[in-house]
Write a protein that binds this ligand. Structure first.
Ligand code: SF4
Length: 332
């Protein structure tokens, strides 16, 4: 088991906690009453830091990206793990999880029929399904969902910082212990990062912790990344200093985005991410030519860019989780 910078007692035996959840996580957000100057999710912040041009293609140009098998497998596994907790606690078995795979896949297909085009035939699709089975089985080696009662699953959170920047995103799972301790849980279907890249991997979790802290005035006790690709867990206990530093980093990323936008300077930054980039053919680093910038791109928070970032907060990230090191994670 890989552990973050500080080891904590495992909170895996979180007792039924739903009754404690509302006062903490249903605190009113200020996003409806404070005017935002821009919006950022952890995924899009990571995009910009990894490659400003990738950020542009996704947020400014809003170029479509074909579905990928790895990303879709991640979406499927997340959906199954979310639904698993609909079952009564004693029924949350590995067999129950496996039984959810096919119906959840059918649901995804009905919403996005083009997903079927990811496979050249039944054998390829069956092999992909087999990988999803393996990932789900591995989840059960890490914790016993029969002993958990999550306070929230797929929780959307948002808050506006004093600078006017709106932070938002989806938290896979929130556990709240009887003493009120909060654990933020994120499932990754890839493998755990090497030690030198753990800080990057934790940025997303600290981002969520920052939002929760601002919403409820309480720092989450534990951030837990569950790498189902290789069965490791990364845990970290944040403190207020961590979260203030995360806020400074996030605002620095936003200022860099605004600078790039005002100068219309979206430079490619080639790296391992390029192997998964859907826009390689348009990238100057690979001999391509980006399309002209949309007219609204000069507006720092136009309706077009706002809509793009709102979309970016959606559950599924269009790129697959990349084997460690996760080159798209922030490195500020
Ligand atoms: S191919 Fe690489 S450098 Fe080019 S936009 Fe994509 S991620 Fe950036």
């Amino acid at each position: 088991m890989s552990v973050g910078y500080r080891t904590l007692p495992d909170m895996s035996d979180v007792a039924a906690s739903g009754s404690l959840a509302p006062p903490f996580i249903d605190a009113p957000a200020n996003a409806d009453t404070v005017e935002a100057i821009g919006a950022l999710s952890p995924s899009r912040a990571g995009d910009f830091v990894t490659c400003p041009l990738l950020y542009r293609f996704r947020v400014i140009d809003q170029l479509p990206e074909p579905p990928s098998r790895a990303a879709t497998r991640g979406t499927l596994v997340h959906a199954v793990l979310e639904r698993l907790f609909d079952q009564p606690a004693p029924d949350r078995t590995v067999q129950a999880a496996r039984a959810l795979l096919a119906p959840e896949w059918e649901r995804l297909l009905s919403e996005e029929p083009e997903l079927a085009q990811m496979f050249s035939g039944d054998a390829e699709r069956d092999a992909w399904f087999g990988e999803a089975h393996t990932i789900l089985d591995r989840y059960f080696t890490l914790e016993d969902p029969r002993r958990l009662e999550p306070a929230r699953r797929e929780l959307y959170v948002e808050t506006v910082l004093d600078s006017g920047l709106l932070l938002r995103g989806y938290i896979d799972r929130l556990d709240i212990a009887p003493n009120g301790d909060v654990r933020v849980v994120d499932y990754k279907t890839g493998t755990a990062p090497r030690a030198e890249f753990e800080a990057r991997a934790l940025f997303q979790m600290k981002f969520y912790a920052l939002v929760l802290w601002r919403l409820a005035g309480r720092v989450p006790r534990l951030l837990q990344l569950m790498y189902l690709g290789n069965g490791e867990i990364l845990r970290y206990a944040p403190d207020e200093a961590d979260l203030r530093a995360t806020q400074r980093k996030t605002e620095a990323i936003w200022r860099a985005i605004e600078r790039a936008r005002s100068r219309q300077d979206w430079r490619p930054r080639p790296g391992r991410i390029c192997d998964w980039c859907a826009h390689k053919a348009l990238c100057p680093a690979f001999g391509g030519t980006p399309p002209p910038l949309p007219a609204a791109a000069a507006d720092p928070y136009s309706s077009r860019t706002a809509a793009a970032d709102a979309g970016s907060a959606a559950r599924a990230d269009p790129l697959p989780e990349i084997p460690s090191p996760r080159s798209f994670a922030p490195d500020i």
